[in-house]
Design a protein around this ligand. Structure first.
Ligand code: IPM
Ligand code: MN
Length: 351
């Protein structure tokens, strides 16, 4: 029997509440599908930082790399200046564990929860493959004449052929293996970012030659946001850089029903991957048992799929769809018609 080692980082705000529901579902599905796992909890986050003045202990990366997967709740604390925890924990884990893909499915489960008029689940079912290790997130740049009238701030988008190619390859493989339509769209800005996206575009069409059964398309990022709203059915799989991927997946989350349902995976295909609800720590809802745990539960579905437990992953997704369609009044915090723990129980009952 398989026995997986899973590191759990509940994190801040509503993180621990949603993670508890995800683990409840994991326990139930593991019993039904016959696999075992062990969890170890790590207290990384704002509360620990305020107590210890240390964002991450030195051993964190080494410790986490011994696990089969990482399950993360949310990082972000109202008493900590923006940037410290994001860079010091979330981005550090993504970078140091070389999770170079951020995989974000955008799938509408029930048209009642779509803000777009007339769009149904058959119209909104695509996946964003976001490059997760380079671009503007690399942290390169500087201030010149800081604080003066002639101050200049630069922030460099750093793109390597190797980094782009491994991301594109993942996107082509993913499209070929997992999608019926087999259409991959490169989302960029070749008309303005004439260095970065020139390299992306050249590499895209070069790699495409190795995947003749995958249809390729290109859209500028601004047009992409327009199509997300007007014709989301045009998209099957989208591959894009780190910054554009960050932006378009928040819009993607909205058209699939909101942050309450959107999950993602930070993937290192040959290392340790980390799965998370893509929304933040929502401190104003913390401890109230009102936050929607479905995004965190969907993150568990992605995690077990990544571990090779495809049946368990499908069971979770089907149960979530069932609960979303037949039980919930709304996907927003406090409006679901059920509490956080009740929603977790419903998913377990419908497995
Ligand atoms: C996300 C978040 C992060 C990002 C922040 C918290 C650093 O917005 O996961 O999309 O920008 O990647
Ligand atoms: Mn984001």
């Amino acid at each position: 029997m398989k026995n997986y080692k899973i590191a759990v980082i509940p994190g801040d705000g509503t993180g621990p509440e949603v993670v508890a529901e995800g683990l409840k579902v994991l326990k139930a599905v593991s019993q039904k599908c016959g696999f075992k796992y062990q969890t170890a909890s790590f207290d990384f986050g704002g509360t620990r930082y305020l107590r210890t003045k240390e964002v991450l202990p030195k051993s964190a990366i080494k410790d986490l790399s011994k696990f089969d997967a990482i399950y993360l709740g949310a990082i972000g604390h109202p008493d900590v200046k923006p940037g410290i925890l994001e860079k010091g924990i979330l981005l550090k884990l993504r970078f140091d564990l070389d999770q170079y893909i951020n995989l974000r499915p955008v799938k509408l489960y029930d048209e009642r929860f779509c803000p777009l008029k007339g769009k149904t689940p058959k119209d909104i079912d695509f996946v964003v493959v976001r490059e997760n290790s380079e671009g503007l997130y690399k942290g390169m740049g500087e201030f010149k004449n800081k604080g003066k009238k002639n101050e200049v701030a630069t922030q460099i988008s750093y793109n390597t052929r190797k980094g782009i190619e491994r991301c594109l390859r993942y996107a082509f493989e993913y499209t070929q293996k997992n999608r019926e339509r087999k259409e991959l769209t490169l989302c960029g800005k070749t008309n303005v970012l004439t260095y970065a996206f020139d390299l992306w575009e050249r590499t895209f069409y070069e790699v495409a030659k190795e995947y003749p059964d995958v249809k390729t398309k290109y859209t500028h990022v601004d047009a992409t946001t327009m199509w997300f709203v007007k014709n989301p059915e045009w998209f099957d799989v989208i591959v894009t850089d780190n910054m554009f991927g960050d932006i378009i997946t928040d819009l993607g989350a909205m058209i699939q029903g909101g942050m309450g349902i959107a999950a993602g995976g930070n993937i290192n295909p040959k290392g340790v991957s980390m799965f998370e609800p893509i929304g933040g720590s929502a401190p104003k809802y913390a401890g109230k048992n009102v936050i929607n745990p479905l995004a965190a539960i969907c993150a568990v579905s992605m995690m077990v799929n990544h571990l090779g437990e495809h049946k368990a992953s499908d069971m979770i997704e089907k149960s979530v769809i069932n609960v979303v369609r037949n039980k919930l009044k709304d996907l927003a915090a406090g409006k679901m018609g059920y509490s956080t723990t009740q929603v977790g129980d419903l998913v377990v009952q419908h497995l």
